[in-house]
Design a protein around this ligand. Sequence first.
Ligand code: ATP
Length: 282
Amino acid sequence: MKPMLEVKGLSKSWGDFGLKDVSFTLYEGCITGFIGVNGAGKTTTIKSILGLTRKDAGNITFYGKDTQRYEREFKNRIGIVLSDGNFYDDLNLLEMKSIIAPSYSNWDNAIFVKRMERFGLSANQKIKTLSKGMRMKYSIVLAISHHADLLIMDEPTSGLDPQVRSELMNILLEFVKEEGKSVFFSSHVTSDLDKVADALILIDKGRVVLDEEKDVLRERHSVVKGDCRQLDGVRDLFLTLEETKYGFTGLTDNPAAVHKQMKDVLFERPSVEEIMLGYIGR
Ligand SMILES: Nc1ncnc2c1ncn2[C@@H]1O[C@H](COP(=O)(O)OP(=O)(O)OP(=O)(O)O)[C@@H](O)[C@H]1O
């Protein structure tokens, strides 16, 4: 896998909150999910990468080149979809495009027209008449019509219904199929990432606490279910434990040890959300 974007030692402090030494790498051909609860630091990280928030420390490079020093080149090669997508509501889609397109030296109008058609968007429609889902699709059209290689999205699925979210996931899968493309997308709704993410980065209280391929992460962990009486002496094997009168459910990062020490328990593959809950607030 070829490294694309590298974040090293990123720190940023906002009073009590701080990003602390955040480091990770995004690779070509991958959809990387950036997960964490509300306030974990996802938007601050993304805005620091984009240069919209001034970082206190750290280096961010894109194919080895400093993103600040080579800002123009970097911006030309990324597409940005922010949750607060700043559009002028009274403009139509074509007029809004005319404001955005000149900021990119490699804007490709043919792609814009093709994508608009593909997503069922009409150039004459006013921004304020778009549904949330259509607005998201329009944001993506704008973000990729300059041959962007890396699509950076902050909470793109927030507020979208399951059908539109699923359409959006298909758009992302299609995007990364093309050689040299990559997607970085933040979310606290992890079910979409179960389907499409290749890698996951979990941030909690400003620190990266997990950074791994999704399948490896799901192999390394197990959800275990059984009778609560079996838990004596083995509670330490679990990252989370929920006990009711019907039995327990726990997440372990050591399925082999659980196998060895507990009889008659059920093993299930964990979802991204179950893994996330095992690591936050520790
Ligand atoms: N401009 C700012 N000034 C002061 N504090 C800020 C600013 N932006 C973010 N913060 C604080 O930084 C912390 C992290 O916020 P951030 O938006 O990065 O989290 P997040 O993981 O994106 O959360 P969410 O999922 O709710 O969007 C929060 O405590 C927030 O209040």
